[in-house]
Design a protein around this ligand. Structure first.
Ligand code: BMA
Length: 325
């Protein structure tokens, strides 16, 4: 039985959804956790030891977040969850004073380690932090790598022209998505706007941010990002796609004009923060050509949706080339 929705259309038949939701969503909630927590959401996702590893944002009942890992063979069920927090704020790192949030994971072959890029909630606001790990048990912290306020960051898995590249979203100067380079993963420069927040009536006006880590395909780097629309009843978090040049990721080849996924089901529309879908990770199974996208729903639980890479690439190629910034 196919546990993803077989319908490819929304009820009013107006939009062919590229990502279809798992019919038993949500896949993980606070009730599944081995210790008492408020909510579990916004998970990073990667393959580890041939299994799916999620690193979820877990909010405790003080309101602070830590990261906790959950591992599953099929990436859908039978999750093994760490009995205690996997990565929690360390008092010797003041940038994590009020917790750690929203991780993204990239495997760095050259280092034979995973880079976990996450938000440190410092007393001066959110800042981008990085830690390296080979086992998801011990982490080597590189500390804060961007001044606050900055978040929604992920690393590319290899160097380009001898430089590491990172995507991130400083809040000053318009909440655009930026790309920066480094010789050593610690000190970053040559900052450039990559994807701008549009203006006015657009779904992604005023604030955008990277969602999952960049996904390498033969046709370019797939980028999943969120746009935040302020409405009379609060913020509305929806998702768009972009395609970056494979050898020069500073160049945006395509960008969706429309959002491709947004809050629709009750678990996305109701929770601690209503009307939020917020993926921090996706996994491409190269053999089947399927992408599994893991997302936080309403800042309360973790849900899953899947798409075929072919459909995603066909869609993004039908999108316009963005105007030069
Ligand atoms: C963002 C982050 C996310 C959260 C979203 C909606 O600024 O804090 O972790 O899911 O807001 O509340």
């Amino acid at each position: 039985m196919n546990h993803f929705e077989t319908k490819l259309k929304t009820e009013d038949n107006t939009f062919r959804e590229i990502f279809t939701r798992y019919c038993y969503n949500p896949i993980l909630t606070a009730k599944d956790w081995p210790y008492s927590v408020n909510t579990v959401f916004n998970p990073a996702a990667t393959m580890f030891d041939s299994k799916v590893l999620l690193l979820a944002r877990v909010e405790d009942r003080r309101g602070f977040s830590h990261l906790a890992k959950a591992i599953s063979e099929d990436g859908i069920s039978n999750w093994t969850i760490d009995k205690t927090p996997t990565l929690e704020s360390d008092p010797s790192y003041p940038e994590e004073a009020w917790g750690v949030e929203d991780p993204r994971i990239t495997y760095i072959e050259e280092l034979e380690r995973y880079a976990v890029v996450y938000t440190g909630y410092s007393e001066s606001g959110p800042t981008v932090c990085m830690a390296l790990t080979s086992d998801f048990q011990t982490f080597e912290r590189l500390g804060s790598i961007m001044p606050p306020e900055d978040k929604d960051a992920a690393l590319f898995p290899r160097k380009f022209g001898g430089k590491w590249l990172i995507i991130h979203r400083p809040i000053e100067l318009g909440a655009h998505i930026w790309i920066s380079e480094s010789d050593n993963l610690k000190y970053w420069g040559n900052h450039q706007i990559l994807i701008n927040a549009r203006k006015g009536g657009w779904w992604d006006a005023n604030k955008v941010g990277l969602c999952a880590q960049p996904l390498e395909t033969t046709e370019g780097w797939l980028i999943l990002y969120h746009g935040v629309r302020q409405t009379a009843s609060g913020a509305l978090y929806r998702l768009g796609l972009a395609l970056l040049d494979l050898e020069n990721p500073n160049k945006v080849l395509r960008r969706s004009d429309e959002w491709i996924f947004g809050p629709r089901e009750h678990y996305e529309k109701e929770g601690d923060v209503r009307d939020v879908v917020f993926p921090c990770g996706w996994i491409l199974n190269k053999a089947s050509g399927k992408i599994k996208m893991y997302y936080g729903a309403a800042d309360t639980c973790i849900a899953l949706a899947a798409a075929s890479l072919h459909d995603v690439l066909t869609y993004i190629h039908s999108c316009p080339e963005p105007e030069e910034l």
